[in-house]
Design a protein around this ligand. Structure first.
Ligand SMILES: C[S@@+](CC[C@H](N)C(=O)[O-])C[C@H]1O[C@@H](n2cnc3c(N)ncnc32)[C@H](O)[C@@H]1O
Length: 290
């Protein structure tokens, strides 16, 4: 298993936004560059207690979170017999079912084996799980013959790494945005000054309107941010959307604000009180807003 960060707070925001887009605008074709494993046995450490486990505990008290598809799907796996946290690909397979087709890429053999097992378990007839560089495979998928609304999820391991096809994750994101295909792009950072950095960079690569929802951890501790831990002040993460309806972006903004409310003045894993500062911004189409 190559993904050591499942179920932390950064996953909660990424997966809540992804599930919202999939639920509101289900694509016929779903592609993911860095799919990870299907699901992960839940670990009861400080980061997961503060991430998915706290989320499931507090979500019923916040209407927007309570009725989100993410809460329903995550709860069904976490509280199920096997006690698993669903990764993004399994979340997509669960929300979309057998109605569409899938291309799921990863370089890690164990993750690939797990994804294939889940595709069989869910009875999916059109699910390609490819042990290959995701940027190259998804770029080819974009140019393929298949038609119908598609969605690409890019969750880069290293945003600057280039695959054999020559694209970095952000360059591929710009191609997805320009193609009219829906885009869900995740980014992280560990210095407060880098808030929404990927949105700013992607907006220089495409003129397609973008929406960005950014979550910055703020707090009293003077420990430097650390994306590996995900919850020290100065750490942040965000999701960029392209080619989605305004109502979908608005629903994601409502989720981000509700997440911030649900964690207000929480005691973070470092022992200090903190907050989640949620901000949304748009670019392209002449309506830049912070
Ligand atoms: C953070 S995990 C993905 C998590 C998953 N998207 C989720 O949200 O549940 C990152 C994954 O990227 C994979 N990976 C790294 N470089 C890759 C590449 N060039 N192409 C495809 N997968 C890659 C790793 O093996 C790892 O499983």
């Amino acid at each position: 298993m190559a993904n050591r960060h499942f179920g932390k707070l950064a996953d909660v925001w990424k997966h809540a936004a992804l599930a919202e887009v999939l639920e509101r605008e289900p694509p016929d074709r779903y592609a993911e560059t860095h799919a990870g494993s299907g699901a992960y046995p839940v670990v009861h450490d400080a980061e997961r207690e503060f991430g998915i486990l706290r989320f499931l505990e507090v979500a019923p008290r916040f209407a927007v979170l309570a009725r989100s598809r993410y809460r329903a799907v995550a709860a069904s796996y976490v509280k199920g017999d096997r006690g698993l946290y669903p990764g993004s690909a399994l979340l997509a397979m669960t929300v979309l079912g057998d109605a569409g087709s899938y291309l799921l890429c990863d370089l890690d053999r164990e993750s690939i084996t797990h994804l294939r097992r889940w595709a069989r378990e869910l009875g999916l007839h059109s699910c390609e799980v490819a042990e290959t560089d995701g940027m190259t495979a998804v770029a080819a998928w974009l140019e393929g013959e298949a038609r119908g609304p598609g969605l690409v999820h890019i969750d880069p391991f290293d945003p600057d790494a280039r695959g054999p096809g020559g694209y970095s994750a952000l360059e591929l994101a710009a191609r997805v945005a320009d193609s009219g295909t829906r885009l869900v792009y995740w980014y992280g950072y560990d210095e407060a000054g880098d808030q929404a950095w990927a949105h700013k960079k992607l907006a220089t690569l495409t003129r397609t309107p973008l929406w960005c929802g950014d979550v910055l951890v703020t707090g009293a501790s003077d420990t430097p941010g650390d994306l590996g831990l995900a919850t020290t002040p100065g750490t942040g993460f965000g999701v960029i959307l392209a080619n989605v309806q305004a109502g979908t972006a608005a629903a994601c903004a409502a989720l981000g604000n509700a997440l911030s409310d649900a964690y207000a003045d929480a005691i973070f894993p470092d022992g200090y009180p903190g907050n989640l500062a949620f901000t949304s911004s748009t670019s392209g189409g002449g309506d830049e807003q912070a």
